[in-house]
Design a protein around this ligand. Structure first.
Ligand code: UDX
Ligand code: UDX
Length: 427
């Protein structure tokens, strides 16, 4: 059993805290946002993540997990400090490390005994080396600290599965000293542990997300070519995916990748590369394809509705992917903003988010949201959309266009109900 302080009660910090407590450690999760901590102390969780509330409640009850907004106390009282604060993108694409710096300053101002400082937040290559040097520059004896880079690979919406069944655990260290402790941190079963340098671990995280994003943009470009030749892209994805060298995951074509990680990490990696004069034409193309997906789907819609002025358009699904309430960099929101710019009246329905945006009308009922609509767009592939009652949809709408921007519907069923099915690379 170890004493661990997790700084940051966001998606990553909360899930990691709950998992570490479940492994039997004594975990103190701290956050500067008092209201968040108060909510957690009442047994409520501030985010939507399947299974997380029960896991947190169980570990609070058994005494393994505590929440506090006294970040200083948390840092002082624990030997292992795990940093899980956000690293949002700046205007120029680089990562804003301000929150990480704040935490480091707190550690530097209180450190008296040996501490292992683990960076879980995604930070650009070179950051953990810089952190190590910062400790030395402050005159902290090398015997008093170890810096570890331990990037997180969990997906929102599937966070618990990922944290209990990781395909790898990556640790970047400067010396061998913390390795014994790190091996006992997670209950790993057969999960391979990868030990590398501090910067090596940072690069594994960025390269992973860049590769996943590349697969998605590859899928989207291939779907465009399929569309031009009336080929079913999902068949092509299946064919491609059966080759174990390629794999079927992350080949779904649609509105493109969003969320708090993929877009931000790609831009940050590009920035880091360019700082060292490394050319990034592949990353540039991946981002460019992604940024043009909304426009591609709008052009598809225009083939039936050339002018969107005063048209009533319903959008189902506003989160950046299903099973989350996260709206950060959601392609659905980018689509909604474009529809508004083009003069459409936008109505939305989402299973977990009541979207509050100027100029849109948000509905609590899936079927009510399509009343008198000229077109319905599926922007996020929530399971319940696949199983919709299309006869009811048809009778509510005034038009008959269904734009499947996530390739998640069965075109035949849509057509059987007298509706027009539109997709890219899906007929
Ligand atoms: C995480 C990672 O940490 C980020 O680097 C990665 O790229 C994406 O995943 P996430 O958990 O999604 O970020 O962040 P967020 O949900 O914004 O939570 C961060 C939390 O840290 C917030 O609750 C915030 O209040 C807290 N925080 C921030 C602190 O407690 N102290 C600070 O100084 C700053
Ligand atoms: C991602 C990484 O998967 C995870 O390992 C890392 O820790 C954080 O970033 P996350 O952002 O939660 O996780 O979502 P992910 O499941 O990767 O999806 C990202 C985006 O890609 C979503 O907008 C999703 O809709 C899109 N996507 C995903 C596709 O468009 N096609 C696909 O085939 C898969």
């Amino acid at each position: 059993m170890m004493n661990i302080c997790v700084v940051g009660a966001g998606y990553v910090g909360l899930t990691t805290s709950a998992a570490l407590a479940e492994f039997g450690h004594d975990v103190q999760c701290v956050d500067i946002e008092q209201s968040k901590i108060e909510m957690l102390n009442q047994g409520l969780i501030p985010i939507y993540e399947p299974g997380l509330e029960e896991l947190i409640q169980r570990n609070v009850q058994n005494g393994n997990l505590h929440f506090s907004f006294d970040v200083n106390e948390g840092i002082k009282n624990n030997q292992i400090i795990l940093i899980a604060v956000g690293t949002p993108p700046k205007e120029d694409g680089s990562s804003d490390l301000g929150y990480v710096h704040n935490v480091l300053e707190l550690i530097l101002s209180t450190i008296q005994d040996y501490k292992i400082v683990i960076t879980k937040s995604t930070v650009p290559p070179g950051t953990n080396e810089w952190i190590h040097q910062r400790f030395l520059d402050e005159g902290i004896d090398e015997k008093l600290f170890d810096i570890v880079s331990n990037p997180e690979f969990l997906r929102e919406g599937a966070a618990l599965w990922d944290i209990f069944h990781p395909n790898k655990i990556v640790f970047g260290t400067k010396t061998k000293r913390p390795i014994k402790v790190l091996k006992k941190l997670y209950q790993r079963g057969r999960t391979p542990l990868i030990f590398t340098s501090l910067t090596g671990a940072e690069m594994i995280k960025y390269a992973s997300n860049a590769f996943l994003a590349t697969k998605i943009s590859f899928a989207n470009e291939t779907a465009r070519i399929c569309d031009a030749y009336n080929v079913e892209y999902p068949d092509v994805a299946q064919g491609l995916g059966t080759d174990p060298r390629i794999g079927r995951d992350f080949l779904n074509a649609g509105l493109g990748f969003g969320g708090s990680c993929l877009p931000k990490d790609l831009r940050s990696l590009k920035y880091s590369a360019q700082r060292k004069n490394v050319d990034t034409r592949l990353l540039d193309a991946v981002l460019e394809i992604n940024n043009s997906q909304v426009d591609l789907y709008l052009r598809k819609l225009n083939t039936f509705l050339p002018d969107l002025t005063d048209k009533k358009i319903t959008v189902w699904g506003v989160t950046f992917k299903p099973n989350t309430d996260d709206l950060r960099f959601s392609p659905a929101i980018a689509l909604i903003n474009e529809l508004i710019n083009k003069g459409a009246h936008v109505h939305t329905y989402d299973p977990v988010v009541q979207l509050q945006l100027p100029g849109i009308c948000c509905h609590a009922d899936q079927y009510e949201s399509v009343t008198d609509s000229d077109a319905l767009i599926i922007a996020t592939e929530w399971e319940q959309f696949h199983n919709s009652n299309w006869a009811e949809v048809k009778s509510g709408m005034s038009g008959s266009i269904i734009l499947d921007a996530r390739n998640c519907l069965e075109a035949e069923i849509i057509r059987k109900n007298g509706l027009i099915y539109l997709g890219v690379g899906k007929q």
